[in-house]
Design a protein around this ligand. Structure first.
Ligand code: MG
Length: 276
């Protein structure tokens, strides 16, 4: 099942997408509240055409920072360490957070923030959304904690992340979290998931990976983090990007205004955004 948040007649609404048709939920509860309630709300009756609405990020305003993994694909670890030797992964997962005041919708603009960065980069990723509060999760319980999956572009200002010795600022500028086009419930995928993810910039394929190549799995992440910190239902955890980001090219291929970044994931859809 594909859950969407969308604008229709100026109102933020939610529902289930199948093909090109959306069945809206009665009362349009936020997807965050739907996920937390543990049950699907009733439908409003009737349906809408996808063409008559504007999709928003499925969770437009995440509660709390998004939790991200860095260097969770071996091939990306190699290119990242070439760019900055500090970004060498040891045998522990690299966690960081990404502030997202408002997630950028499918088709939305990625601000280039030219006053702050000359090294704007993309990272196509699969993120999962927690469907329950997670504390002291065992490996066997991890699967049940996953509500579903979405595409997230972990837009990054490389010069800021290097200058500040920390990913936080360089990953958290306004508009740096394109997300969508939907959340697909976990039952539509195998577990552990094997979701192909690709990224194109102006039509040129830059990234081509699959979640089966994650170094640290969902179970690894949930078991480790939830030992010491409770993770709330609705938390978004983005699992890292494969090789092929702009900083990995030589010379680097950073984004510039007018560029189009298209992230695709089989079974989820397309998340396309233009830099402005
Ligand atoms: Mg990333």
């Amino acid at each position: 099942m594909k859950l969407v948040t969308f604008l229709h007649s100026g109102k933020e609404r939610t529902g289930v997408l199948s093909g090109k048709t959306i069945r809206p939920f009665q009362g349009d509860p936020s997807l965050l509240s739907v996920i937390r309630s543990g049950a699907l709300p009733p439908f409003a009756g009737g349906s809408l055409s996808l063409e008559d609405v504007r999709l928003l990020a499925p969770i437009p305003r995440p509660e709390g920072d998004i939790i991200c993994l860095g260097m969770n694909f071996r091939d990306h670890t190699v290119e990242a360490a070439r760019f900055d030797p500090v970004m060498k992964r040891e045998n522990k997962a690299v966690y960081f957070s990404k502030r997202t005041v408002e997630a950028t919708p499918p088709g939305g603009k990625i601000p280039s923030h030219r006053d702050l960065t000359q090294m704007l980069d993309y990272e196509a990723e699969i993120a999962f959304v927690l469907g329950r509060d997670a504390a002291n999760v065992s490996p066997d319980e991890a699967r049940e904690c996953v509500f579903g999956y979405t595409i997230l572009n972990d837009v990054s200002a490389r010069d800021l992340q290097t200058a500040h010795k920390q990913f936080y600022f360089g990953k958290s500028l306004d508009g740096f979290t394109p997300m969508g086009p939907c959340i697909v419930t976990a039952d539509e995928f195998s577990y552990p998931p094997d979701i192909p993810i690709r990224c194109y910039v102006n039509g040129e394929k830059r990234q081509d990976g699959s979640t089966r190549h994650w170094v640290f799995s969902i179970a690894d992440v949930l078991c480790e983090l939830s030992r010491g910190m409770t993770l709330k239902s609705g938390t978004v955890i983005s699992m890292g990007t494969p090789a092929g980001v702009g900083m990995g090219s030589s010379p680097p291929k950073y984004l510039k205004p007018g560029d189009t970044v298209r992230c695709e994931a089989d079974g989820i859809g397309v998340l396309e955004n233009t830099v402005e």
